[in-house]
Design a protein around this ligand. Structure first.
Ligand SMILES: *[C@@H]1O[C@H](CO)[C@@H](O)[C@H](O)[C@H]1NC(C)=O
Length: 523
C-alpha cells in the first residue's frame, strides 16, 4: 500500500470515529461508585451511592466519621458515600450523607436545590436537600426534619408546576403516591392500584402539558389528575415484556415542541428483561430490543413499536441537545439486581425522533451495568459513572465495582464541526413564561437553521432519568448583530410545560449544539 493508500485508510478511520463519537476517562477513581447522579446548575455533578455499603475509596475530610447507631455495616464510618465531581478539572470532593440513600429518588426544585427522598432502612422515610455550589464551594447534604408519609425506596419523583412541590410515586410495597412538601399538614399517601403489581418499581413518571401526571409501571400506564386523585384514563398495555424494575427497561419523554403549542406529549420506552426472567432467575435470558412510542395526549393513543439495533436491559435514555435520544449503558442479557446481568452493552445507540432511525455509536471498554448512570453535561457531553452489581465494593469478577468516570462525546462534538458550532455570547439570566428574549451567538460559519432547545437536569438512577424534560423553543431566523448573530426566542407558555427551574439552553445549528448556558425559568 502506497502513501496515498495509508492516507486514505487514515482518513476513513477518522471519519468512522467522528461519525460514532468518542469516549474519554475523566477520572480513574471518583472514590465512590455513583448509583444516583445529578448535574447542578453550577456545572458540578453530585454522585451518590448508599451508606450501608462498607468502605468506599474516599474518606470524609478532616478525620470526620459518621456515627449512626442504626447503620447496619459500619456504625462508625469514616468513608464518604457521596462526592461532588467537577467536570473540567475532573476533581472530587467528599460529601457527608447521614442516612441510607439506597434506591432512593429525587428531583431539583425551582431554586436549584436537590430534594432527595427515601431509601433503605433508617433512610426509608428521610428527606434530604442539597443546595448546589460551584467547584470551590462547600455545599453539602442536609438531613431535614421532615419525613415521608410512608417509607419509600424504588420510587420516582416529578416536580409539579408550582416548582416547589414534588409528587413521589410508588416504591417497594408502597402502591401509593404522596407529595412533598405536603399540601396540608398531616397529609398522607394516596393509593394507586397499578403500583401494586410486579415489575413496577421506579415507575416512569412525566408531567403532561395539562398538568396531569403520566405514570407507567410494568406494562400499564395511566393519566392521573393528582389534584383530584382521579385516574383520568388508562392507556393500552405496551406490547412485549414488562419494563420497570427489575425488568430493566428505560423511558424518555420526547421533546415538547412549540410547533404544536407544546400540547403533544409522547413517551418512548425501550428494552428491558425478557418476560419472566427475574421470576425464574434467568440471568442469561436475552434482553428486549423493542421500543414503544405512545402519544399520551392523543385522542385514541396506541403504542407504535420498533426494534433497536442492539437489545438492552438497564439502558439510560437521554434527551440530547440536538433533539435526538441517546440510549446508553446496560447489558444484553439478564435482569436488574446484584449479579443478575450478563454481557455489557458497550455501544450507545442514537435515535432520531423524526425519522425514527437508530444509529450505533462508538463503544466504550468499561461495562456500565447495574447501578450506573448517564447525565447530559451543559457542554454537550454525556457524563457516565457508576456500575456496581455487588452488595459491597468488590474489585473482582466479570463486573468489578467501577470507580472510573467517563465522558461520551457524541459525533456532533467532532473536531470537524468546530466551525459550525455556535458560541452563546449574550443571554438573559432569568425568564418569565411567554417572554420573548434574545440570545446572541457567534459561529465560524452559518450553514443552516438555528434552534434554541432547553433541558432540565434530572436525577438519574436505575436506568431512569427522573424528571428529565426537553423543550424546543420558537426561534426566529438569526439576524446579524455586530460580529455575530442574534435570535429572538419565545419562552415556554407556562409551568405545566416546564416547571420553574434551572434549564440548560443550547443554541443548535445544523444539529450541532453550542455549550449550554443555564437560565432560570421563573413563574
Ligand atoms: C445582542 O444583539 C442585539 C442585536 O440583535 C443587540 O442589540 C444587543 O446589544 C446584543 N447584546 C449583547 C449583550 O451583545
Amino acid at each position: 500500500m502506497g502513501l496515498l493508500g495509508v492516507f486514505v485508510v487514515f482518513l476513513h478511520c477518522l471519519h468512522l470515529v467522528a461519525g460514532q463519537g468518542t469516549w474519554t476517562v475523566l477520572n480513574n477513581n471518583a472514590g465512590i461508585s455513583s448509583m444516583h447522579t445529578m448535574v447542578t446548575h453550577y456545572d458540578t455533578a453530585i454522585f451518590l451511592d448508599r451508606t450501608n455499603i462498607g468502605p468506599s475509596q474516599i474518606k470524609l475530610p478532616n478525620g470526620r466519621c459518621r456515627q449512626n447507631p442504626r447503620e447496619r455495616i459500619s456504625k462508625t464510618d469514616c468513608y464518604a458515600h457521596s462526592v461532588m465531581f467537577t467536570p473540567g478539572p475532573n476533581t472530587v470532593r467528599p460529601l457527608y450523607i447521614f442516612t441510607d440513600t439506597w434506591c432512593s429518588s429525587g428531583h431539583f426544585i425551582a431554586n436549584g436545590q436537590m430534594v432527595q427522598t427515601g431509601g433503605d432502612f433508617e433512610g426509608n422515610r428521610k428527606i434530604r436537600t442539597l443546595s448546589p455550589c460551584a467547584s470551590r464551594g462547600n455545599c453539602d447534604w442536609v438531613e431535614t426534619n421532615d419525613v415521608l408519609a410512608v417509607g419509600r425506596w424504588y420510587s420516582s419523583n416529578q416536580l409539579l408546576p408550582s416548582g416547589l412541590r414534588q409528587i413521589i410515586v410508588g416504591g417497594r410495597v408502597t402502591p401509593s403516591y404522596e407529595f412533598y412538601p405536603k399540601r396540608k399538614p398531616g397529609e398522607g399517601a394516596f393509593k394507586l392500584a397499578m403500583l401494586g403489581e410486579n415489575d413496577n418499581l421506579y415507575p416512569f413518571v412525566y408531567l403532561l402539558p395539562n398538568g396531569d401526571i403520566f405514570i407507567f409501571a410494568n406494562r400499564r400506564s395511566v393519566q392521573l389528575n393528582w389534584n383530584s386523585g382521579k385516574v383520568v384514563r388508562e392507556y393500552p398495555l405496551i406490547p412485549g415484556n414488562p419494563r420497570n424494575y427489575p425488568s430493566a427497561g428505560s423511558a424518555v419523554l420526547l421533546p415538547l415542541t412549540w410547533q404544536n403549542g407544546f400540547g403533544v406529549a409522547e413517551v418512548m420506552i425501550c428494552g428491558g428483561a425478557a418476560t419472566g426472567a427475574s421470576r425464574s432467575g434467568n440471568v442469561n435470558a436475552p434482553g428486549s430490543a423493542s421500543c414503544g412510542r405512545l402519544v399520551a395526549t392523543a385522542g385514541r393513543p396506541n403504542w407504535a413499536m420498533q426494534n433497536m439495533p442492539i437489545r438492552r436491559i438497564m439502558g439510560d435514555m437521554l434527551n440530547m441537545p440536538n433533539g435526538d435520544v441517546l440510549i446508553i449503558n446496560g447489558a444484553l442479557n439478564g435482569y436488574q439486581g446484584w449479579g443478575k446481568e450478563r454481557n455489557a452493552a458497550l455501544n450507545p445507540v442514537n435515535y432520531n425522533v423524526a425519522t425514527r432511525k437508530f444509529q450505533v455509536f462508538a463503544k466504550t471498554n468499561i461495562p456500565r451495568v447495574y447501578h450506573s448512570t448517564a447525565n447530559l453535561l451543559s457542554d454537550g457531553r454525556v457524563l457516565v459513572a457508576g456500575s456496581n452489581t455487588h452488595q459491597f465494593y468488590t474489585y473482582r469478577g466479570a463486573f468489578p465495582t467501577e470507580l472510573r468516570v467517563e465522558a461520551f462525546s457524541p459525533p456532533y462534538l467532532a473536531a470537524g464541526n468546530n466551525g459550525i458550532r455556535p458560541v452563546i455570547r449574550a443571554y438573559p439570566k432569568a425568564l418569565k413564561y411567554k417572554q420573548v428574549f434574545v440570545i446572541n451567538f457567534t459561529v465560524g460559519r452559518r450553514v443552516g437553521g438555528v434552534e434554541v432547545i432547553m433541558n432540565n437536569a434530572p436525577f438519574v438512577t436505575h436506568s431512569y432519568a427522573q424528571g428529565q424534560r426537553q423543550l424546543r423553543l420558537k426561534t426566529a431566523a438569526p439576524v446579524k448583530a455586530g460580529a455575530g448573530w442574534s435570535v429572538q426566542v419565545t419562552a415556554v407558555p407556562g409551568a405545566t410545560i416546564a416547571p420553574p427551574s434551572w434549564y440548560m439552553f443550547f443554541c443548535v445549528q445544523n444539529g450541532i449544539p453550542s455549550k449550554a448556558v443555564w437560565i432560570k425559568q421563573n413563574n
